[in-house]
Design a protein around this ligand. Structure first.
Ligand code: SAH
Length: 389
């Protein structure tokens, strides 16, 4: 197998979580930059990363990197890359996305067309043909320019990794699945602890948590662009990774994961989504409004994405809503609470400053992840840990 450098873009602010996930998968980190983590791997790593990583946006093969301050330099730099190592004669290739930060070249459409021309020139020389039918597999290219340094990657994923395939039905303002997974991973929650999302909407937090509890790989039931790349990635490699994923699934357990919402319709959507994800038996969804939130046990976690006014409800209801969040949370003995919201007065109305706070970009919107930390449960002898069956 050949050595590859793989680039995994992610949400801004979540690089550390993704880095940890990649290390746990067994790969060495090459670089962590804003919004992306680069690591060393091979073709098998590419399949495993697509199938197993919960917090990445996609997986790119790094084709190369060079400086370019002019279109001529961009053309020459692109032409110098070994495209024929990846793209076959009949491949369909194009620059699907160009992002530029603090660089002289910034027009995405110009960057895209110059690079495409350069790739054509390179491949003409390599294959000794003048015309490309582009009827074969797809090879979408992504490029980032940062301070005139051009990084070129081949997208192996296609539709973004946050699309696990289970969420056909969504709420008005759903949280991306990979963001929800990362936010859960930022907490000490594990499947022996209680998790409640009192504003569950389409069920993203409970479903992601249940998938983690059951060790269900997020990408085990979807397709990836690189599944068409037969000349690069042997079919066996995808099968190996899928087999590994299915061997890891844990079925015998009963986690305490609950999702509530005031809206009946959302609850039926959440149940439908959970079924698609194969975790409906692991979650209890119920119509319940925040005012009724309670739980008899100690040491649980609220992990949630409450309304924040921009897209959902009117700003006027927010003070009362956040006051109620604070009240209900105070009644939950020894619980922790984690909430992501763009509502800037959240802490004020909750009535307590968060112990920790983290800036997160939810799409283009700046949000905060407020963390109210409860005590750790005492360890009892013979207690199961999250990793045991
Ligand atoms: N994270 C969710 C989206 C949450 S949107 C997802 O990924 O789909 C906020 C949700 O809070 C909405 O579904 C709304 O119906 C619910 N909600 C609003 N006010 C509520 C209240 N007082 N009690 C319970 N749920 C409420």
């Amino acid at each position: 197998m050949r050595k590859l450098e793989l680039i995994a873009p992610c949400h801004f602010g979540l690089e550390a979580v993704l880095k940890r996930e990649i290390e746990r998968l067994g790969y060495a980190i090459v670089e962590v930059a804003d919004g992306r983590v680069t690591f060393a791997g091979d073709e098998q790593a590419l399949c495993r990363a697509n199938i197993f990583l919960r917090t990445a946006e996609r997986i790119l093969i790094k084709i190369g990197s060079f400086r370019a301050e002019s279109f001529e330099e961009l053309f020459q730099g692109t032409k110098a890359l070994p495209w024929e190592d990846y793209i076959p004669k009949d491949g369909k290739f194009w620059v699907t996305k160009a992002a530029s930060v603090k660089s002289k070249l910034f027009s995405p459409s110009d960057i895209q067309s110059v690079m495409k021309k350069a790739m054509v020139e390179r491949l003409k020389g390599a294959y000794h043909i003048n015309w490309f039918t582009e009827e074969g597999a797809s090879f979408p290219v992504r490029v980032f320019l940062l301070k005139d340094q051009v990084t070129v990657g081949l997208d192996s994923t296609g539709e973004s990794l946050h699309k696990r395939g289970y969420r056909k039905l969504v709420a008005q303002a759903p949280i991306a699945e990979n963001l929800a997974a990362a936010l859960i991973m930022l907490t000490p929650w594990n499947r022996d602890r209680i998790l409640v999302d009192p504003f569950c909407g389409s069920g993203t937090f409970p479903i992601e948590a249940a998938m983690m509890a059951a060790h269900i790989a997020p990408g085990c039931r979807r397709r990836f662009t690189a599944m068409e790349w037969q000349q690069i990635i042997g079919k066996g490699l995808w099968e190996n990774a899928r087999q590994e994923a299915s061997d890891l699934v844990v079925r015998r357990m009963k986690p305490d994961i609950q999702g509530y919402d005031i809206d009946d319709h959302m609850i039926s959507i959440a149940r439908e989504n959970a079924k698609m994800a194969g975790v409906d038996t692991l979650i209890h969804f119920q119509r319940r409004e925040l005012k009724q939130l309670s739980h008899p046990k100690k040491y649980g976690f609220l992990i949630t994405n409450p309304p924040y006014g921009e897209r959902l409800s009117d700003k006027e209801v927010l003070p009362e809503l956040y006051r109620t969040i604070g009240e209900r949370f105070r009644m939950l003995d020894s619980w922790s609470m984690y909430l992501i919201t763009a509502y800037e007065n959240a802490e004020q109305y909750i009535g307590r400053k968060a112990d920790k706070n983290r800036k997160i970009y939810n799409g283009m919107m700046k949000a905060y992840y407020y963390q109210y930390l409860g005590p750790k449960p005492p360890r009892t002898r013979g207690e199961k840990t999250g990793e045991e069956q």
